[in-house]
Every structure is written in C-alpha cells, then in structure tokens.
Design a binder for this molecule. Sequence first.
Ligand SMILES: [Zn+2]
Length: 798
Amino acid sequence: MGKVYHFSKNAVLGTLVLAVTALATIIALSVAYHKERANNQSKPGNGASGTSSTSAPPTTPFTPKVPWDYYRLPKGLKPESYNVNLWPRLKPNSDGLYIFTGNSTVVFRCLKDTDLIIIHANKLNFTNFKGMHAKLSSHHEEAVPALQKSWLTARTEYLVVQLQSKLKAGAMYALHTEFMGELADDLEGFYRSEYLENGLKKIVATSQMQPTYARQAFPCFDEPAMKAIFNITIIHDPDTVALSNGKEKSHGVPVKVTTFEPTEKMSTYLLAFIVSDFISIESSTSNISIRIWARRTAIDNRQGDYALNVTKPILQFYEKYYSSNYPLSKSDQIALPDFNAGAMENWGLVTYRETALLYDPMLSSTENKEKVTNVIAHELAHMWFGNLVTLHWWNDLWLNEGFASYVEYLGADYAEPTWNIKDNNILNDVQKVLAIDALASSHPLSRKEEEVSKPAEISEMFNSISYNKGAAVLRMLSEFLTEPVFARGLSSYLNTFAFKNTVYTDLWDHLQQAVDNTPGLDIPRSVSEIMNRWTLQMGFPVVTVDTQTGTVTQKHFLLDPDSVVGRPSQFNYTWFIPIKWMKNGVDQQQYWLLDKTVSGEEWVLANTNVSGFFRVNYDLDNWGRLLSQLNTNHQVSHVHGCGSIYKHIIRHCSANKNTELSQLDQSECRNDTAEPVAVSQYSSMLVHSCVLLDKYVLGMDTSNSILPSTGGRGRHLEQNRTPLRHGNKCCLFLPTFKQPDRKISLVCYLNNKITMKTYICIIFAPLLIKTYKIPAFFAGKWIKKIIFHQNKATSLFF
Ligand SMILES: [Zn+2]
C-alpha cells in the first residue's frame, strides 16, 4: 500500500496563483480542445470508433466486360493447398529498398471447364518463365494446357493466365510463381516495422492481411470463402526468429530456414508471417502452448507478463463457452512497434499494437490494463467465431466483429471477475453507437453481398456500426434469449460449420433451434423475424412511456428530428422491442412492444440495465419521480441507472428542444457515492484535456502517449512508445470500471516526482470540468479525492 500525503496550505496557495495565471490558457485550450476533438472525430477508417463516409467523388461508372474486370473471383477454381516460401531481407539492398523474395505453388481443383486462371496478386514483381508470369503443372496425371499469355490487372488486383485449351472440371492443377515484393512501411501485406533499441534501429518483417492484403505477399485466391491449407517456409537470418500460423517444425542451427506445420483449412486474410529478433515468455494449458512475443527490453521489463497471465483463463473460458476445443496447438501473440489496427486475429499468431498487449504494472494506467484484457479477449474470441467458422463474404463483417466485441466482455470478465467489466459494454458499445445511429445518414448493419466488392468498400465495413451496434444488438439478443440458450445455439453453429464458411442466417437458424429446444422460453416471433428489424434497417426506436395515459409507443429516434431519412425501410422503421422494466424497484416480466402503440400499465423505469438497443422517454411526471428516486437511492436500479437516465435527458433535450425537460432539477441526481462507471462517459474528454494541458501549459506533447486507442484502423505508428515510457507524462485518468476504493483518480507522472507542474494538473481538473460544462453530478465531491501515484502508487487526498 502506498503512502498518504496531505497538501500543505502554502502549497495549495502557491498552486492557486499558478492556476490563476494559467486561466487564460484554459480559454485557449477550450478552443484548441474542440478543434482537436473535431479533427479526431473526422479521422477516417477508425475501426472501432469512427464512421466511414460512403460518399465518393463522382466517377464515370465502369461496366465490367471480361471476367478479370469483376472484383469477385470466378467460381470455377477452388484452392486446396499452398506451399509458400518467403525470404524477407531486414537490410536494405543497393537501391536502399527493403525487399522480400518468394515462391508459391497453389494446388487447386477445377470445378468448371475454363481456359482462364484468375488469382489475386498485387504489388509483386514476377519472375518471367518464357514470357509468362507462372508455370502450370498437373497435380496428378491430367494433361496440362499450355499457357497462351499472362498479365496483371492493376484495378482488380489479379494475375490472369490465359490457356490454350481448357482445364477439366474435377481435375487438380498446380500453379507455380516466383516473385519479389517491397517490404514497405505501409502496414499492409508483408511489411516492415522499425523501432529503436539502445539507440540502434531494428527491423521487423511482419504482416497484416485483413481484409485484402494477402495478395501483396504471394498470389492467392484472396477471398474468405477460399479456404485452404498453407505450408509456410520462411528463410531468415540466424539471429532472428520466424513465426507464422502453424508451429515451427524444423529449423537448423544456425537457424536459416524455418518451416511450419501445415495450417488448418483457413482463409488467406488470417495468415501471418513475422521475422524479428523478439523474444518470448510462455506457459501452456493441457493442449495449447501459449507464448507472448515482444521486443527484448519489453519482455525483460516484464511487460508481457500480464498478457500471458490472462490468456490462459480467457482461452479456457471460450473452450467452455463455445463447447469446442481451441482448434490449434499453439497460441502466439506478438506486440509490434508499428501496427495499423488495434490488433489482428491471425489464426494462431495474433498481432497487436504494443499498447494493446504490453502492460507495465508500475507505470501503465489501470485503463491500459483493462484495454489489454479486452483486446486479448476480443482477438481470442475470433479464434472460433471468425477463424474456425468464417463468414462467406465481407458484407457480414458486422456479425464477426459485433460478436467478438460482445463476447470479449464475457472473456475479460472471466479473467478479471472483480472489475464488473461487463458494464463497460454499455458505455463502449451501446451508448457510443446510439449517438451515431441516431443520424439520418446512418446505415443498416447488414449489406447485400453485391454492395461490397471493391477493396475500398470492404474497408468501409470496418466501422462503428459493425463493431459497436453489432455488439449492442447481439447483447440484446443474448439478453432476451438468456445467455445459456444463446451459448447453446452458438456452440451448435460452431461445431456444425467448423473449417467452413457461413452466412448470418446460419447463426439465426442455430439459435432458433436452441430456442425450440428450451421448454418455457417464449419469444413472440422467430429469431430471424425479430433480428431482421435490427439488422436490415438502420437506426433504432425511442420508446415513449406515458404513465398518465398508460400508453407505450415507438418511433424512429433521430438526433435532429427535422432531418430527412432518405433510405426506405421494408419495416417502416418499426421494431420488435424486448423491454425489461421495473416498477417501484421491482423487476417485472419482460414486455414485447410489437406494434407502434400499445396501452399499458403504470410504468416507472424501462430498459433496465440498458439491455435493449433503444432510448426511452417518459412523461414529465415520471421523469421527475425517477430523478427523485435516484436522489434518495440511486442504486435502486442497475449501476447504469443514473448515468443512462441522465444521458437520455441530454439526448431528448437536444433532439426535441424540450425546454421543460431541461429545466428539471438534474442536480438531484448528484450523489457522492455515484458509480465511477457512469462517470467515465466523460473520461475521454478529460483525458483529452490533460493532453492539451501537457502540450500548451507544460510544453510536452503527450498526445501520442497516453491511453491509446485500441480499435482504430488509422495509421498508427508507435515507434519508441511503450506503456513504460509514460514515465515522464502527465496523465489524467478516470477509471472505467469500479475500483475497490471507488475513487476517481487523477494520475500524474512527471519524472516520478511531485512538482509544481503536477499541482497545476491537479488544480486544473475542476476548472476543466467547468470549462467543458461537465455536469455537477459527474463532477461531484469525489473529484476532490485525487489519488496521486508516485513510483509505487502513493496516494494523496485533499
Ligand atoms: Zn475483431
């Protein structure tokens, strides 16, 4: 336990003087804050937090005429296996370029007679075989057609081979290519990551194949349904280690060539190849070898220990939850200095940003620890849902990502049962995406397969609707089916389709079977009828409960009620809504709102535990009764009661310009014992404020150093940055889960010393809260209780 300090009056007075001097800066900060916030919000392609714009500059529509004009592969050829040999060079060549060379032989079956071979390839230079890009051989005894010509298509990213006669349906062939590519630092395909260690530049060759970059590493049928077995061999320097999806099979001494066990039947986007001089720590379960890989100094400083500790229970949880063994013999996880997404679920070799896998107990923030747990739980959830059973095409991405975004809380909760981390699902997914999905420009979760074919269209799918709304509606589904029924349906789905591909209706079918086999479980429509309303139309309803008239109504909720919804819906923007509710503090039987308007009973609090993906409005009297109830005992409902009620009020005020509502005395909601989890809705705003404090008051740019985003897909270079290096930073931190002592902490690190600069940080916190109009409820008495961490978490209160 840490030591407790008390501020002397003089110190506080001195600090106040400084605070006043800097008051003007606060005003400047306010402007800068909003500017930066707007900038951040408009960053494109952020996987978990942004929305992707679907608008593109007008272009002349291109009409495909020949098979290689289409973005989707023809259906005539199906790969069975690949032999891929790659040799990345970790030193530049005479032109100053980092390159890799390789060769690949893909064995494929012909399903339909054809004289064309179309296979994905991008940014590769091919070795010329008598004027051709490839060599074709028969896998067995079949006659092999001669090659007529071959060429590359830049737009659709193919290698096309025209044959002089046709391949025969049912026969197997092998296509061999040799090629060279650049190991560029573009974070795509087989790429180069750089970092400094003891002043020396180090190079890692690593990969990111999802969604369409495997074709930049070797020619392949680069679609998720084109599953095959991959036999990988990597050539590398003796002082480096090579990793891939399978376990290393052989490597000589000195290590020069590493071959790997053949993979299971899998999709190209889940492949990974890495060459580095990283080291690892390991443990195991009875059937899985678990390793955490990172830079030597990170491992030496024990930053991988936490990840290793939580991986085992999380894997064990999923094996039980899915009723399905982990499908591989090993689980490697590696922290990369340069990585685009927060993490990537490559089967058996998961890649992470350093800050999503490494945790330093001395210097990383508690929120950092929580993120590490969540990201690991997310990626490991994919080992079954996504990797073992893969969706047929990218239009169903929401199910893959929404699912992992939902169950990650179950896995993390199992590993850290004291955190109540499942509550965070409401903040991180439900509340977050309710704001985005309330816009008339939102879009449905599900898209038609033909709407998503170009690589750019596929990348657009990685947005907040897919991740957060996906998680929110699956959570609602699990709530109304109950978790055991949901898990049973899931298990039968995974066991039926192992090593295969599916469409989302396959999951509905298996969940329906689980419902049908559960006596006493009564849902008013089939799983697919209910879920279609949530997945095939955009937005969500606001349920209005009028306790005066006893009516319950639903309406499409729009943040701007005057906005025009241009996208028609086959369901006219009505939903089948499961409503959990309570009256006078007592939970009532779940209510299904199936029509637009229903006369009801006396309602008090609807959507308890925010289990449904909708907002709730009440008549004014009921709002008043709710607020007064929260004042006397805010714990009458779930932990999110107060926070979500308050949030509903804010939303209804802004959406409906409801001045009466805004005049309700919300200060009644103030409560000294308010749960931090409700407060943390504002934590990112406060953290951002402190980054600006650093920048403008203290002259340090920490914007790239604290509380990193884990879900983003924007370019994110983390060179020279690890949790350890937070040591010199000022960092404001509000926990997003309940801490044992239930205090909101403001953590400052400044060379591990308490200095006047850190006082500024502390004194500014309440001012910032005022500046950004953070409501009194959230800035209650607890903000004065500041835990000051110095070295071994020394605490200080005043
Ligand atoms: Zn994911």
